[in-house]
Design a protein around this ligand. Structure first.
Ligand code: TRP
Ligand code: ZN
Length: 476
Protein backbone atom coordinates (compact mmCIF):
# COMPACT_ATOMS: atom_id res chain seq x y z
CA UNK A 1 0.00 0.00 0.00
CA UNK A 2 1.49 3.32 -0.92
CA UNK A 3 0.68 6.44 0.96
CA UNK A 4 2.47 9.73 0.67
CA UNK A 5 3.71 11.41 3.78
CA UNK A 6 1.25 14.25 3.97
CA UNK A 7 1.23 16.51 6.98
CA UNK A 8 -2.27 17.20 8.24
CA UNK A 9 -2.57 20.23 10.48
CA UNK A 10 -3.60 19.24 14.00
CA UNK A 11 -6.68 21.44 13.93
CA UNK A 12 -8.06 19.44 11.02
CA UNK A 13 -7.37 16.16 12.79
CA UNK A 14 -9.03 17.34 15.96
CA UNK A 15 -12.09 18.45 14.06
CA UNK A 16 -12.40 14.92 12.72
CA UNK A 17 -12.28 13.51 16.22
CA UNK A 18 -15.32 15.50 17.25
CA UNK A 19 -17.76 14.31 14.63
CA UNK A 20 -19.98 12.23 16.91
CA UNK A 21 -23.07 14.21 17.73
CA UNK A 22 -26.10 12.51 19.21
CA UNK A 23 -29.10 12.04 16.97
CA UNK A 24 -28.49 14.55 14.23
CA UNK A 25 -26.92 11.98 11.96
CA UNK A 26 -27.44 12.87 8.34
CA UNK A 27 -28.33 9.35 7.31
CA UNK A 28 -31.44 8.99 9.42
CA UNK A 29 -33.61 9.03 6.33
CA UNK A 30 -36.30 10.88 8.21
CA UNK A 31 -35.86 14.24 6.54
CA UNK A 32 -35.21 17.58 8.23
CA UNK A 33 -37.78 19.52 10.28
CA UNK A 34 -38.01 17.43 13.40
CA UNK A 35 -39.14 19.95 15.95
CA UNK A 36 -39.93 18.51 19.35
CA UNK A 37 -42.71 16.18 18.25
CA UNK A 38 -42.11 12.46 17.86
CA UNK A 39 -39.72 11.68 15.07
CA UNK A 40 -37.72 8.73 13.84
CA UNK A 41 -34.58 7.79 15.73
CA UNK A 42 -31.54 7.94 13.48
CA UNK A 43 -30.27 4.75 11.86
CA UNK A 44 -26.74 5.34 13.15
CA UNK A 45 -25.02 7.31 15.90
CA UNK A 46 -22.73 9.04 13.42
CA UNK A 47 -19.65 6.90 13.88
CA UNK A 48 -17.01 8.19 11.43
CA UNK A 49 -16.00 4.63 10.47
CA UNK A 50 -19.26 2.69 10.82
CA UNK A 51 -22.10 5.12 10.01
CA UNK A 52 -24.86 2.53 10.45
CA UNK A 53 -23.55 1.20 13.76
CA UNK A 54 -25.84 1.93 16.69
CA UNK A 55 -28.97 4.02 16.47
CA UNK A 56 -30.18 7.41 17.60
CA UNK A 57 -33.00 8.40 19.91
CA UNK A 58 -32.58 6.04 22.82
CA UNK A 59 -30.11 4.64 25.28
CA UNK A 60 -30.19 0.99 26.33
CA UNK A 61 -29.72 0.16 30.01
CA UNK A 62 -30.30 -3.59 29.92
CA UNK A 63 -30.40 -6.56 27.56
CA UNK A 64 -32.20 -9.69 28.64
CA UNK A 65 -31.36 -12.36 26.06
CA UNK A 66 -32.93 -15.80 26.05
CA UNK A 67 -31.23 -17.93 23.43
CA UNK A 68 -31.38 -21.53 22.36
CA UNK A 69 -28.88 -23.02 19.93
CA UNK A 70 -28.82 -26.29 18.12
CA UNK A 71 -25.32 -26.76 16.65
CA UNK A 72 -26.34 -29.63 14.37
CA UNK A 73 -29.00 -27.63 12.60
CA UNK A 74 -27.18 -24.30 13.16
CA UNK A 75 -30.39 -22.83 14.44
CA UNK A 76 -30.57 -19.98 16.92
CA UNK A 77 -33.82 -19.05 18.59
CA UNK A 78 -33.80 -15.82 20.53
CA UNK A 79 -35.87 -13.42 22.52
CA UNK A 80 -34.33 -10.08 23.40
CA UNK A 81 -35.91 -7.91 26.07
CA UNK A 82 -34.34 -4.49 25.75
CA UNK A 83 -34.83 -1.78 28.35
CA UNK A 84 -34.11 1.67 26.95
CA UNK A 85 -34.69 5.33 27.69
CA UNK A 86 -35.87 7.59 24.90
CA UNK A 87 -33.62 10.59 24.33
CA UNK A 88 -36.25 12.12 22.01
CA UNK A 89 -39.94 11.48 21.40
CA UNK A 90 -39.82 8.45 19.11
CA UNK A 91 -42.24 7.84 16.26
CA UNK A 92 -39.97 4.96 15.31
CA UNK A 93 -36.54 3.69 16.20
CA UNK A 94 -34.01 1.23 14.82
CA UNK A 95 -32.21 -1.73 16.27
CA UNK A 96 -29.24 -3.32 14.51
CA UNK A 97 -29.68 -6.94 13.52
CA UNK A 98 -27.88 -8.84 10.78
CA UNK A 99 -29.68 -11.82 9.26
CA UNK A 100 -32.13 -13.96 11.28
CA UNK A 101 -35.91 -13.82 10.97
CA UNK A 102 -37.83 -11.53 13.25
CA UNK A 103 -41.20 -12.99 14.14
CA UNK A 104 -42.56 -10.48 16.62
CA UNK A 105 -41.74 -7.14 18.21
CA UNK A 106 -43.50 -5.58 21.15
CA UNK A 107 -43.00 -2.21 22.80
CA UNK A 108 -44.26 -1.92 26.36
CA UNK A 109 -46.10 -5.21 25.84
CA UNK A 110 -48.00 -4.07 22.73
CA UNK A 111 -47.27 -5.55 19.37
CA UNK A 112 -45.40 -3.12 17.14
CA UNK A 113 -44.99 -2.89 13.38
CA UNK A 114 -41.48 -3.37 12.09
CA UNK A 115 -39.55 -3.64 8.88
CA UNK A 116 -36.03 -4.46 7.92
CA UNK A 117 -33.47 -3.05 5.57
CA UNK A 118 -29.85 -4.13 5.72
CA UNK A 119 -28.80 -4.16 9.34
CA UNK A 120 -31.62 -1.84 10.41
CA UNK A 121 -34.66 -3.29 12.15
CA UNK A 122 -37.07 -0.35 12.28
CA UNK A 123 -39.75 -0.53 14.97
CA UNK A 124 -42.91 1.59 14.94
CA UNK A 125 -44.46 1.47 18.39
CA UNK A 126 -48.20 1.91 18.73
CA UNK A 127 -47.66 4.33 21.56
CA UNK A 128 -44.68 6.58 20.94
CA UNK A 129 -42.16 6.75 23.79
CA UNK A 130 -41.88 10.32 25.07
CA UNK A 131 -38.51 11.95 25.55
CA UNK A 132 -37.02 10.69 28.80
CA UNK A 133 -39.38 7.74 29.06
CA UNK A 134 -38.04 4.28 29.81
CA UNK A 135 -39.57 1.63 27.61
CA UNK A 136 -39.21 -2.08 27.03
CA UNK A 137 -38.85 -3.67 23.60
CA UNK A 138 -39.14 -7.40 23.03
CA UNK A 139 -37.88 -8.97 19.82
CA UNK A 140 -38.49 -12.63 18.99
CA UNK A 141 -36.28 -14.07 16.30
CA UNK A 142 -34.74 -17.23 14.93
CA UNK A 143 -32.75 -18.62 12.05
CA UNK A 144 -29.26 -19.56 11.00
CA UNK A 145 -27.00 -16.90 12.51
CA UNK A 146 -24.41 -15.53 10.13
CA UNK A 147 -20.74 -14.86 10.14
CA UNK A 148 -19.87 -11.26 9.29
CA UNK A 149 -16.74 -10.39 7.38
CA UNK A 150 -15.56 -7.08 8.71
CA UNK A 151 -14.00 -4.40 6.47
CA UNK A 152 -10.48 -5.72 7.08
CA UNK A 153 -11.51 -9.20 5.99
CA UNK A 154 -11.56 -10.82 9.41
CA UNK A 155 -14.48 -12.95 10.51
CA UNK A 156 -16.76 -12.17 13.40
CA UNK A 157 -20.40 -12.46 14.35
CA UNK A 158 -21.53 -16.04 14.80
CA UNK A 159 -18.68 -18.43 14.09
CA UNK A 160 -19.49 -22.12 13.90
CA UNK A 161 -16.94 -24.34 15.56
CA UNK A 162 -16.25 -28.08 15.54
CA UNK A 163 -18.44 -28.61 18.61
CA UNK A 164 -20.68 -25.55 18.73
CA UNK A 165 -20.27 -21.84 18.10
CA UNK A 166 -18.41 -18.75 19.16
CA UNK A 167 -19.85 -15.23 19.02
CA UNK A 168 -17.32 -12.43 18.51
CA UNK A 169 -18.38 -8.84 18.25
CA UNK A 170 -15.59 -6.43 17.37
CA UNK A 171 -16.39 -4.14 15.72
CA UNK A 172 -19.85 -5.09 14.41
CA UNK A 173 -20.33 -8.83 14.96
CA UNK A 174 -22.82 -8.73 17.82
CA UNK A 175 -25.69 -7.81 15.52
CA UNK A 176 -25.40 -11.35 14.13
CA UNK A 177 -26.85 -12.86 17.32
CA UNK A 178 -29.02 -10.25 19.03
CA UNK A 179 -30.82 -7.04 18.08
CA UNK A 180 -29.51 -3.97 19.85
CA UNK A 181 -27.88 -0.60 19.81
CA UNK A 182 -24.65 -1.97 18.47
CA UNK A 183 -22.20 0.83 19.01
CA UNK A 184 -19.60 1.09 21.79
CA UNK A 185 -21.09 4.38 23.00
CA UNK A 186 -24.20 2.64 24.40
CA UNK A 187 -23.21 0.28 27.17
CA UNK A 188 -25.67 -1.76 29.22
CA UNK A 189 -25.99 -4.57 31.74
CA UNK A 190 -26.89 -8.04 30.49
CA UNK A 191 -28.66 -11.21 31.47
CA UNK A 192 -28.01 -13.98 28.98
CA UNK A 193 -29.66 -17.41 29.14
CA UNK A 194 -28.43 -19.98 26.64
CA UNK A 195 -30.01 -23.39 26.15
CA UNK A 196 -27.87 -26.03 24.44
CA UNK A 197 -27.84 -29.83 24.10
CA UNK A 198 -26.95 -31.24 27.50
CA UNK A 199 -23.50 -32.53 26.57
CA UNK A 200 -22.42 -28.96 25.79
CA UNK A 201 -21.58 -25.90 27.86
CA UNK A 202 -22.60 -22.30 27.11
CA UNK A 203 -20.23 -19.64 28.42
CA UNK A 204 -20.86 -15.91 28.38
CA UNK A 205 -19.74 -12.76 30.18
CA UNK A 206 -20.19 -11.95 33.84
CA UNK A 207 -21.09 -14.60 36.39
CA UNK A 208 -22.87 -17.92 35.98
CA UNK A 209 -26.09 -17.63 37.98
CA UNK A 210 -27.74 -20.90 37.06
CA UNK A 211 -27.45 -24.18 35.24
CA UNK A 212 -30.50 -26.35 34.77
CA UNK A 213 -30.99 -29.49 32.66
CA UNK A 214 -34.37 -30.66 31.43
CA UNK A 215 -35.46 -32.73 28.43
CA UNK A 216 -31.93 -33.29 27.24
CA UNK A 217 -31.00 -29.63 27.18
CA UNK A 218 -29.14 -27.44 29.63
CA UNK A 219 -29.77 -23.76 30.21
CA UNK A 220 -26.86 -21.65 31.43
CA UNK A 221 -27.72 -18.22 32.79
CA UNK A 222 -25.11 -15.48 32.94
CA UNK A 223 -25.35 -12.07 34.58
CA UNK A 224 -23.23 -9.03 33.71
CA UNK A 225 -23.91 -6.22 36.15
CA UNK A 226 -21.31 -3.72 34.97
CA UNK A 227 -21.93 -1.76 31.78
CA UNK A 228 -20.78 -3.69 28.73
CA UNK A 229 -20.35 -2.56 25.13
CA UNK A 230 -22.09 -5.02 22.84
CA UNK A 231 -18.87 -5.78 20.93
CA UNK A 232 -17.43 -7.14 24.20
CA UNK A 233 -20.34 -9.56 24.66
CA UNK A 234 -19.78 -13.20 23.81
CA UNK A 235 -21.35 -16.61 23.85
CA UNK A 236 -19.18 -19.70 23.48
CA UNK A 237 -20.94 -23.01 22.99
CA UNK A 238 -19.16 -26.34 22.92
CA UNK A 239 -17.38 -28.93 25.01
CA UNK A 240 -15.27 -27.17 27.58
CA UNK A 241 -13.19 -28.20 30.52
CA UNK A 242 -14.33 -25.69 33.13
CA UNK A 243 -12.23 -24.60 36.08
CA UNK A 244 -13.77 -22.40 38.74
CA UNK A 245 -11.74 -20.77 41.47
CA UNK A 246 -11.29 -17.45 43.24
CA UNK A 247 -8.35 -15.09 43.35
CA UNK A 248 -6.68 -14.13 46.63
CA UNK A 249 -8.98 -11.08 46.67
CA UNK A 250 -12.03 -13.31 46.37
CA UNK A 251 -12.77 -12.52 42.73
CA UNK A 252 -14.51 -15.43 40.96
CA UNK A 253 -12.51 -17.00 38.13
CA UNK A 254 -14.27 -19.02 35.42
CA UNK A 255 -12.03 -20.58 32.82
CA UNK A 256 -13.45 -22.68 29.97
CA UNK A 257 -10.99 -24.54 27.76
CA UNK A 258 -11.63 -26.69 24.74
CA UNK A 259 -10.44 -30.18 25.82
CA UNK A 260 -7.90 -30.26 22.97
CA UNK A 261 -6.25 -27.12 24.39
CA UNK A 262 -6.10 -28.01 28.08
CA UNK A 263 -2.54 -29.27 28.17
CA UNK A 264 -1.12 -26.57 25.92
CA UNK A 265 -2.76 -23.73 27.86
CA UNK A 266 -2.21 -24.94 31.43
CA UNK A 267 0.98 -23.03 32.08
CA UNK A 268 -0.09 -19.65 30.71
CA UNK A 269 -3.55 -19.81 32.27
CA UNK A 270 -1.79 -20.55 35.55
CA UNK A 271 -0.39 -17.03 35.29
CA UNK A 272 -3.85 -15.45 35.25
CA UNK A 273 -3.95 -14.61 39.01
CA UNK A 274 -0.47 -13.09 38.79
CA UNK A 275 -1.31 -11.08 35.67
CA UNK A 276 -4.51 -9.84 37.33
CA UNK A 277 -2.55 -8.70 40.36
CA UNK A 278 0.14 -7.07 38.25
CA UNK A 279 -2.51 -5.29 36.18
CA UNK A 280 -4.19 -3.94 39.30
CA UNK A 281 -0.86 -2.66 40.60
CA UNK A 282 -0.34 -0.83 37.32
CA UNK A 283 -3.84 0.22 36.23
CA UNK A 284 -5.78 0.44 39.49
CA UNK A 285 -8.72 -1.58 40.85
CA UNK A 286 -10.12 -4.25 38.52
CA UNK A 287 -13.36 -2.89 37.06
CA UNK A 288 -15.44 -6.10 36.95
CA UNK A 289 -16.88 -8.70 39.32
CA UNK A 290 -15.28 -11.80 37.81
CA UNK A 291 -12.47 -12.83 35.51
CA UNK A 292 -11.42 -15.84 33.47
CA UNK A 293 -10.80 -17.05 29.95
CA UNK A 294 -12.39 -18.92 27.09
CA UNK A 295 -9.91 -20.98 25.09
CA UNK A 296 -11.27 -22.45 21.89
CA UNK A 297 -9.37 -24.16 19.10
CA UNK A 298 -6.83 -22.24 17.02
CA UNK A 299 -8.97 -22.54 13.90
CA UNK A 300 -12.09 -21.16 15.62
CA UNK A 301 -11.01 -17.50 15.27
CA UNK A 302 -8.17 -15.55 13.69
CA UNK A 303 -7.61 -13.40 16.74
CA UNK A 304 -8.08 -13.16 20.47
CA UNK A 305 -10.72 -10.76 21.72
CA UNK A 306 -11.15 -8.86 24.98
CA UNK A 307 -14.68 -10.11 25.66
CA UNK A 308 -15.66 -8.64 29.01
CA UNK A 309 -14.61 -10.57 32.13
CA UNK A 310 -13.49 -13.48 30.04
CA UNK A 311 -11.37 -12.94 26.92
CA UNK A 312 -11.59 -15.40 24.05
CA UNK A 313 -8.36 -17.02 22.85
CA UNK A 314 -8.13 -19.15 19.72
CA UNK A 315 -5.82 -21.85 21.06
CA UNK A 316 -3.51 -21.62 24.05
CA UNK A 317 -2.51 -17.98 24.45
CA UNK A 318 1.07 -16.89 24.98
CA UNK A 319 1.81 -14.70 27.98
CA UNK A 320 1.86 -11.49 25.94
CA UNK A 321 -1.63 -12.17 24.59
CA UNK A 322 -2.92 -12.97 28.06
CA UNK A 323 -1.48 -9.69 29.37
CA UNK A 324 -2.88 -7.82 26.35
CA UNK A 325 -6.46 -9.08 26.79
CA UNK A 326 -6.43 -8.63 30.57
CA UNK A 327 -5.22 -5.03 30.11
CA UNK A 328 -8.18 -4.51 27.75
CA UNK A 329 -10.53 -5.10 30.68
CA UNK A 330 -9.48 -1.63 31.88
CA UNK A 331 -8.80 -0.14 28.45
CA UNK A 332 -11.55 -1.02 26.01
CA UNK A 333 -14.06 -2.79 28.22
CA UNK A 334 -14.29 -0.48 31.26
CA UNK A 335 -13.07 2.70 29.53
CA UNK A 336 -14.68 2.20 26.12
CA UNK A 337 -14.12 4.29 22.99
CA UNK A 338 -16.77 6.80 21.97
CA UNK A 339 -16.32 5.89 18.34
CA UNK A 340 -14.29 3.36 16.36
CA UNK A 341 -11.86 6.14 15.57
CA UNK A 342 -10.75 5.85 19.20
CA UNK A 343 -9.68 2.23 18.77
CA UNK A 344 -6.08 3.24 19.47
CA UNK A 345 -7.12 4.05 23.04
CA UNK A 346 -7.83 0.32 23.44
CA UNK A 347 -4.95 -1.12 21.53
CA UNK A 348 -2.21 1.27 22.56
CA UNK A 349 -2.80 0.53 26.25
CA UNK A 350 -3.14 -3.21 25.68
CA UNK A 351 0.05 -3.25 23.62
CA UNK A 352 1.87 -1.01 26.07
CA UNK A 353 0.82 -3.41 28.83
CA UNK A 354 2.78 -6.12 26.99
CA UNK A 355 5.84 -3.84 26.96
CA UNK A 356 5.44 -3.06 30.65
CA UNK A 357 5.03 -6.72 31.57
CA UNK A 358 8.26 -7.55 29.73
CA UNK A 359 9.99 -4.65 31.45
CA UNK A 360 8.75 -5.72 34.89
CA UNK A 361 9.80 -9.31 34.23
CA UNK A 362 13.34 -8.10 33.67
CA UNK A 363 13.27 -8.33 29.87
CA UNK A 364 13.53 -5.42 27.46
CA UNK A 365 12.41 -2.14 28.94
CA UNK A 366 9.61 -0.25 27.25
CA UNK A 367 12.30 2.24 26.24
CA UNK A 368 14.17 -0.61 24.49
CA UNK A 369 11.00 -1.70 22.73
CA UNK A 370 10.22 1.87 21.68
CA UNK A 371 13.73 2.47 20.35
CA UNK A 372 13.76 -0.81 18.50
CA UNK A 373 10.41 -0.03 16.87
CA UNK A 374 11.51 3.47 16.01
CA UNK A 375 14.68 2.26 14.38
CA UNK A 376 13.54 -0.99 12.73
CA UNK A 377 9.79 -1.19 13.27
CA UNK A 378 8.91 -1.39 9.60
CA UNK A 379 10.88 -4.64 9.33
CA UNK A 380 8.33 -6.42 11.55
CA UNK A 381 5.39 -4.13 10.86
CA UNK A 382 5.47 -3.08 7.24
CA UNK A 383 2.59 -0.64 7.65
CA UNK A 384 3.87 0.93 10.88
CA UNK A 385 4.15 4.46 9.49
CA UNK A 386 1.27 4.23 7.01
CA UNK A 387 -1.18 6.26 9.07
CA UNK A 388 -1.41 7.83 12.50
CA UNK A 389 -3.09 5.83 15.30
CA UNK A 390 -5.65 8.57 15.96
CA UNK A 391 -6.85 8.61 12.37
CA UNK A 392 -6.95 5.21 10.63
CA UNK A 393 -7.28 5.47 6.86
CA UNK A 394 -10.64 3.69 6.81
CA UNK A 395 -12.75 1.12 8.62
CA UNK A 396 -10.57 -1.58 7.06
CA UNK A 397 -7.60 -0.31 9.07
CA UNK A 398 -8.84 0.17 12.62
CA UNK A 399 -7.05 -2.99 13.77
CA UNK A 400 -3.79 -2.42 11.89
CA UNK A 401 -0.31 -2.08 13.36
CA UNK A 402 -0.23 1.73 13.58
CA UNK A 403 -3.19 1.51 15.99
CA UNK A 404 -1.37 -1.03 18.18
CA UNK A 405 2.35 -0.42 17.92
CA UNK A 406 2.46 3.24 17.02
CA UNK A 407 -0.38 3.78 19.51
CA UNK A 408 1.82 2.28 22.22
CA UNK A 409 4.63 4.55 21.04
CA UNK A 410 2.34 7.54 21.71
CA UNK A 411 1.95 6.35 25.29
CA UNK A 412 5.69 5.91 25.60
CA UNK A 413 6.31 9.41 24.29
CA UNK A 414 3.99 10.65 27.05
CA UNK A 415 5.98 8.63 29.61
CA UNK A 416 9.25 10.06 28.27
CA UNK A 417 7.80 13.53 28.64
CA UNK A 418 6.28 13.31 32.13
CA UNK A 419 8.41 10.66 33.86
CA UNK A 420 7.30 7.43 35.50
CA UNK A 421 5.40 8.80 38.52
CA UNK A 422 3.16 11.11 36.55
CA UNK A 423 2.81 8.52 33.78
CA UNK A 424 1.41 5.90 36.16
CA UNK A 425 -0.83 8.57 37.71
CA UNK A 426 -2.14 9.32 34.23
CA UNK A 427 -2.72 5.65 33.39
CA UNK A 428 -4.56 4.94 36.64
CA UNK A 429 -6.32 8.30 36.72
CA UNK A 430 -7.61 7.84 33.17
CA UNK A 431 -8.93 4.35 34.00
CA UNK A 432 -10.60 5.72 37.14
CA UNK A 433 -12.04 8.86 35.52
CA UNK A 434 -13.90 6.92 32.83
CA UNK A 435 -14.48 3.63 34.67
CA UNK A 436 -17.51 1.86 33.16
CA UNK A 437 -17.93 4.73 30.71
CA UNK A 438 -16.86 6.01 27.31
CA UNK A 439 -14.05 8.32 26.35
CA UNK A 440 -12.54 9.63 23.17
CA UNK A 441 -9.19 10.79 21.90
CA UNK A 442 -9.79 14.50 22.50
CA UNK A 443 -10.71 13.76 26.13
CA UNK A 444 -7.55 11.72 26.50
CA UNK A 445 -5.22 14.41 25.21
CA UNK A 446 -6.98 17.02 27.37
CA UNK A 447 -6.68 14.71 30.38
CA UNK A 448 -2.95 14.21 29.87
CA UNK A 449 -2.45 17.96 29.54
CA UNK A 450 -4.31 18.58 32.79
CA UNK A 451 -2.17 16.05 34.65
CA UNK A 452 1.07 17.61 33.44
CA UNK A 453 0.27 21.29 32.90
CA UNK A 454 3.93 22.28 32.63
CA UNK A 455 4.69 20.03 29.69
CA UNK A 456 4.14 20.66 26.01
CA UNK A 457 2.43 17.78 24.22
CA UNK A 458 1.76 19.50 20.90
CA UNK A 459 4.39 17.56 19.02
CA UNK A 460 3.17 14.24 20.46
CA UNK A 461 -0.40 14.90 19.39
CA UNK A 462 0.41 16.60 16.07
CA UNK A 463 3.11 14.19 14.89
CA UNK A 464 2.66 10.92 16.77
CA UNK A 465 -1.09 10.71 17.29
CA UNK A 466 -2.52 12.53 14.29
CA UNK A 467 0.34 13.23 11.89
CA UNK A 468 1.11 11.31 8.74
CA UNK A 469 4.48 9.66 8.20
CA UNK A 470 7.22 8.72 10.63
CA UNK A 471 7.55 11.39 13.30
CA UNK A 472 10.92 12.77 14.21
CA UNK A 473 12.19 12.62 17.78
CA UNK A 474 13.37 15.70 19.63
CA UNK A 475 17.18 15.95 19.83
CA UNK A 476 18.40 14.19 22.94
N1 TRP B 1 -9.11 -6.22 19.52
C1 TRP B 1 -8.58 -7.57 19.47
C2 TRP B 1 -7.34 -7.58 20.34
O1 TRP B 1 -6.49 -6.77 20.16
C3 TRP B 1 -8.24 -8.06 18.11
C4 TRP B 1 -9.28 -7.93 17.07
C5 TRP B 1 -10.62 -7.88 17.21
C6 TRP B 1 -9.05 -7.89 15.69
N2 TRP B 1 -11.24 -7.78 16.02
C7 TRP B 1 -10.31 -7.79 15.07
C8 TRP B 1 -7.91 -7.92 14.92
C9 TRP B 1 -10.43 -7.72 13.70
C10 TRP B 1 -8.04 -7.86 13.55
C11 TRP B 1 -9.27 -7.75 12.95
O2 TRP B 1 -7.21 -8.34 21.22
ZN1 ZN C 1 -6.17 -5.62 21.60
Amino acid sequence: MSRSARVVPAAVSLALVLTLSGCDSDDGGDGGAQGSGPHAGASGVGDPYFPKAGNGGYDVSHYGLTLAYDPDGNRLTGRAVITARATQALSSFDLDLHGLDVTKVTVEGREAAFDREGQELTVRPRKEPAKGETFEVTVSYSGAPRTITDPDGSEEGWLRTEDGALALGEPTGSMAWFPGNHHPSDKASYDVAVTVPKDLTAVSNGELTGERTANGRTTFTWHTAEPMASHAATVAIGRYTVTRSTTKDGLPVYVAVDPSQVTASREVLGLLPEVMEWAQDNFGPYPFSSTGAIVDRPEDSDYALETQNRPVYPGAPDTATLVHEIAHQWFGDSVTPRTWQDMWLNESFATYAEWLWTEDEGGDTAEDTFTDLYEHGEESYEDLWDFPPGKPTSAAHISDNPVYQRGAMVLHRIRQTVGDDTFYDIVQGWAAAHRHGNAGSAEFTAYVERQAPDEDFDEIWDDWLYGDGKPSLPDA
